[in-house]
Design a protein around this ligand. Structure first.
Ligand SMILES: [Zn+2]
Length: 541
């Protein structure tokens, strides 16, 4: 036996055997889960024994949707998260420039601004960013990743003037003279992104490792990640090459299920023609579903609603595909062997997704396709039932409420907000629910995510009693969603997600008993150790 852990409070997530004291690991898998006595019988001269001294163990967390490469890329940019004013954005940027001293003409990239937090309560403009530099092009991505702010130099390099037409599926904003203000949303972002030089495979590997180590430090052992368009070159072959080299080198501290973002028929066909299908790979890296973005974000009012926004009746948001285009992509990918998992935040976009899923199944029926919708923020009763009726996986992100409780009722009004973010209803009605963070949009710390899901409060404890508290999850539900629920989303519920004989030995040692602690304190629980395949990949000590 390679490894035995004893004297633990093991929360197994195995419905037949909820708690255990000890377990044994051999060749990267759990081989026995039970009492100290049962497990210690397997000890031999080569066994390492760890005494947990009563500490709590849970299965490794599985992030059902995030952007790993993007998160690593952001670590190489100016951090604009939490900036409370435009002045602060400018100050942070100037500080970065004086430290890094970029070459003339070199791009200056930033991430994480949110105008909702600015005391000026307005978007950044090119004039703001021109105060940082007029020689270096600047691109600052909003926290939701659906909008970017640029300076005049970037707009000049991209060749955009008042005569440039708007792109399909996106928008750049204009001032009263028709000149671009510097904000580019949805597909319009690529008018800027396409100008930013691409990274090489080695740089991509470095970024993936930087992000993976952070995730691992929070107890994440599996990530379902959307990476193909994270870099300016949008070169999925480079991304696959980077992962295959990292797997070969045996250094990745997390397992990958790639959500393949291929948003047009040309790219999808190319991918399918090379023979890629969902599930290909090994326990370290697998090809996941076709991922598409069908709308934008609530913050930027680009989530596609079926009725106009309450706080801006002139818009219902942006849909990225017509129904016909979405159906066509869905049918081709489904027929070609790819699972379908679509980003949809607004109820209008979700209706489009459900229609496309039905079309795909009518086109070619599959017994267990495990279609999914990511985000599912603005729902209604029809949609909540549709998840059940079509057996579609709900990729819930409770952590988004840390921001959205301050905005949802403004955006859609009280009535629509009441039937939105209804994670408890989904769980209780037997829908398959996975949990994730959409990192870098929200924190990759599962304790923050579970805290928000269980309390319906923001990190500061607002509002007292929780927002729409009847939708609070139980701690068990949140844990289940984050482990078994996410494993189900990637067809891997037989392979991982619980501490159970025969499964991959991915587990986490916590500083507190998550089932007993006061819900308000969950966000302070620390990860002491993370194990992947029975190997220690992170230790706080
Ligand atoms: Zn995402």
């Amino acid at each position: 036996m390679d490894l035995i852990l004893i004297n633990g409070n093991v929360v197994t997530m195995d419905t037949n055997n909820k708690k255990a004291e000890a377990f044994a690991v051999k060749a990267g898998k759990f081989v026995k889960v039970g009492t100290n006595k049962d497990v210690l019988e397997l000890k031999d001269d080569n066994t390492e024994v760890i005494d947990l001294k009563g500490k709590t163990v849970v299965p490794g967390f599985n992030e059902a949707h995030m952007h790993l490469l993007n998160s690593g890329y952001n670590m190489h940019k100016i951090d604009l998260n939490g900036a409370k004013s435009i002045k602060e954005v400018i100050e942070r940027s100037k500080k970065y420039i004086s430290m890094k001293k970029p070459q003339p003409g070199e791009w200056i990239l930033g991430f994480g601004w949110n105008q909702m937090l600015f005391e000026e309560k307005r978007n950044l403009t090119r004039n703001d960013l021109d105060q940082i530099s007029t020689d270096n092009p600047i691109c600052f991505i909003r926290v939701c990743v659906h909008s970017a702010a640029t300076n005049s130099k970037a707009i000049e390099i991209a060749g955009i003037t008042k005569d440039t037409p708007q792109p399909v599926g996106g928008k750049f904003y204009r001032d009263e003279n028709g000149e671009p203000t510097g904000i580019f949303s949805e597909t319009a972002r690529y008018m800027i992104y396409d100008m930013i030089p691409d990274a090489g495979v080695n740089e991509i590997k470095e970024m993936i490792m930087d992000a993976a180590k952070v995730a691992s430090g929070y107890g994440v052992t599996s990530v379902q990640t959307d990476d193909f368009e994270a870099m300016p070159g949008k070169d999925w072959r480079k991304v696959l090459k980077a992962y295959s080299e990292l797997v070969e080198e045996g250094i990745l501290p997390v397992r990958i299920y790639e959500q393949c973002l291929l948003p047009d028929m040309g790219r999808l066909k190319e991918f399918l023609d090379e023979g890629y299908k969902t599930g290909q790979g090994d326990e370290y890296f697998k090809i996941g579903p076709l991922k598409l973005l069908t709308d934008g974000s609530l913050g930027a009012r680009t989530a596609y609603l079926s009725e106009p926004y309450a706080d801006d009746p002139s818009t219902s948001g942006i849909y990225v595909f017509s129904q016909d285009e979405l159906d066509e992509l869905a049918c081709a990918a489904h027929e070609g062997g790819l699972q379908l998992v679509f980003h949809a935040i607004g109820d209008g976009a979700m209706r489009q997704c459900f229609k496309a899923f039905e079309k795909a199944q009518n086109h070619k029926f599959k017994e267990d396709p495990r279609f999914g919708i990511i985000h599912l923020q603005i729902t209604d009763e029809f949609l909540l039932e549709e998840f059940k009726r079509q057996n579609v996986v709900a990729y819930a992100e409770p952590i988004c409420l840390n921001n959205d409780i301050h905005m949802a009722e403004d955006r859609v009004g009280k009535e629509r907000a009441k039937v939105s973010y209804n994670y408890r209803t989904l769980f209780d009605s037997g829908v398959h629910v996975s949990i994730s963070s959409d990192w870098p949009v929200d924190s990759v710390n599962p304790m923050k995510n579970i805290y928000v899901g269980v309390t319906r409060k923001d990190y500061d404890g607002y509002p007292e009693g929780g927002w729409n508290p009847e939708q609070r999850l139980t701690i068990e539900q949140a844990l289940y969603g984050f482990t078994m629920g996410s494993a189900y989303a990637s067809f891997e519920e037989e392979l991982k997600g619980s501490v159970e004989d025969g499964k991959l030995a991915d587990f986490v040692v916590l500083s507190e008993d998550i089932l007993e602690i006061e819900p308000d304190k969950i966000q302070d629980i620390e990860v002491e150790m993370t194990f992947m395949g029975g190997k220690l990949v992170y230790s706080k000590a």
